[in-house]
Design a protein around this ligand. Structure first.
Ligand SMILES: *Cc1c(COP(=O)(O)O)cnc(C)c1O
Length: 456
């Protein structure tokens, strides 16, 4: 109809919206180009509203729309948060917090001898120190460092089994989280998945029969099920049995360990140790450096020299290599494992904290925010979201009772220093285990802010 054109003309001009005072702070944080794009998008939306019969907005209304989108985009930027969930290796919070040595190494300005041997001036192996440390710590013949454990599994299978069958128990065709699905990773590596056994029970004889049917098989794969537990009428071959079969039939054995531990830690006795898998004779064992060491994100393959060399030579290796910053942080973390300075690794220090220490800290917190009605409570924390074997550690913290715990949890998340809490028995609980030394004042400030805001 004829009145459409005059309406469209009445949309505010881009430069008028950009000049609106509300957009000054947006431009300061997102820059001129991105702000202009947001204004264009908001004007397009306003045009669509007009065509649907709405009223033309003024500059202010379009600016408000831009601020809303800009706020959402800024909120998507990662921020430091206080982890009061008690989950030491928290998948959504970057798994492990970095220790001082790792942080200092990452923060060093300048260039770095990443692939240069300073003694000879010749090209050196990237990650050579980390690999030597991992060899020493795990007892393996050789090690290779990549971007994460998903990359380590992909590379392991791609390098030794592309185009050939890999035999896996049906009970281990699991999804680990974050989209890591064992059957899909096998397929993408170029290997061919051969499933054996049943969901709950698989025996070594099932693998032997599959090897008869697939004499060209390249590997037997064993997957540590992470956060997935089967109990009851359940059976899976031990790694020793698979290694014996693999040796007999000249087929490699790969174990995707994912999490577990490098050294035994008190309270986490159920964790598989990398050293044990290596000693059992697996040709390749893969794991995450964040899960196993409490280090930066990274993946490791350890095992026999020839299997690790095959992975090193594979063209995929170049695509999956670890970046400079995590490699530098990994070197620092590994040095602490070598020297036994484990309390300097924050995730390890957290796992080692006793209930007595945590209770004392929780008492100080409760005093600090006495007016909020916070009470000291005994808790059980989980070491890792699917990482350490879901083992519970006796812990302590404070509980905040409120009519609407979800609302309080959400306000804590939006506090000036965001706090991640959990709800237990209808109360909001803050677990002292995972709050870093030095974060107490921020935590209490955020609690006061959130409780004040919820009663307002
Ligand atoms: C965690 C895990 C993965 C994925 O490791 P990322 O380091 O997250 O890439 C794969 N397999 C197992 C068994 C795991 O536990």
């Amino acid at each position: 109809m004829s009145h459409e054109t005059p309406h469209l003309r009445r949309l505010p001009r881009t430069d008028r919206v950009l000049a609106h005072p509300l957009l000054g702070p947006v431009r300061d944080r997102l820059g001129a180009r991105m702000t202009k794009e947001l204004v264009r998008t908001a004007l397009e939306a306003a045009r669509a509203d007009l065509q649907a019969g709405g009223e033309p907005p003024d500059e202010g209304a379009v600016a408000v729309r831009v601020v809303a989108t800009a706020t959402a985009q800024l909120a998507a930027r990662s921020r430091r948060v206080i982890n009061a969930t008690g989950v030491v290796l928290h998948t959504n919070l970057g798994r492990a917090p970095l220790g001082d040595a790792a942080l200092a190494a990452v923060a060093e300005p300048g260039y770095r001898s990443l692939e240069l041997d300073l003694a000879s001036g010749l090209r050196g192996g990237r990650g050579a120190f980390a690999e030597a440390a991992l060899v020493s710590l795990t007892g393996a013949d050789a090690a290779l460092v990549v971007n994460n454990n998903a990359a380590a599994v992909l590379l392991a299978l791609g390098a030794i089994a592309a185009g050939r069958p890999v035999i896996v128990s049906r009970g281990e065709l699991v999804e680990i989280g974050g989209g890591f699905r064992v059957p899909e990773v096998i397929e993408r590596s170029g290997a061919r998945l051969v499933e054996v056994g049943t969901t709950n029970r698989t025996r070594v004889a099932d693998f032997a029969i599959a090897l008869d049917a697939h004499p060209d098989a390249a590997a037997l794969l064993r997957v540590h099920p992470g956060n997935f537990r089967q109990t009851g009428f359940v059976e899976r071959p031990t790694l020793h049995e698979l290694v014996a079969l693999g040796r007999d039939r000249k087929v490699r054995v790969v174990e995707d360990l994912g999490g577990g531990a490098l050294l035994p830690l008190p309270g986490l006795t159920g964790d598989p140790l990398v050293r044990d898998s290596v000693a059992a004779g697996a040709d390749l064992v893969t794991f995450s450096t964040d899960k196993i060491l409490g280090g930066p994100q990274g993946g490791v393959l350890v095992g026999s020299s020839d299997a690790v060399s095959a992975a090193r030579r594979d063209p995929l290796h170049r695509a999956l290599r670890l970046g400079r910053l995590p490699l530098v942080a990994l070197e620092a973390t590994l040095s602490q494992y070598l020297t036994g300075d484990l309390d300097a690794v924050p995730a390890v220090a957290m796992v080692r904290r006793t209930r007595e220490e945590l209770e004392a800290r929780a008492r100080a917190w409760a005093l600090g925010v006495e007016d909020t009605g916070a009470e000291v409570v005994l808790l059980m924390s989980v070491a890792g979201g699917g990482t350490y074997a879901e083992e519970k550690l006796p812990s302590a913290g404070v509980a905040l009772r409120t009519a609407d715990p979800d609302a309080l949890v959400s306000r804590l998340r939006r506090a000036p220093h965001p706090v991640l809490a959990r709800i237990e028995d209808g109360a909001v609980v803050l677990d002292a285990r995972t709050v870093l030394p030095g974060e107490d004042e921020w935590l209490l400030g955020s609690v006061r802010w959130a409780v004040g805001a919820s009663s307002a």
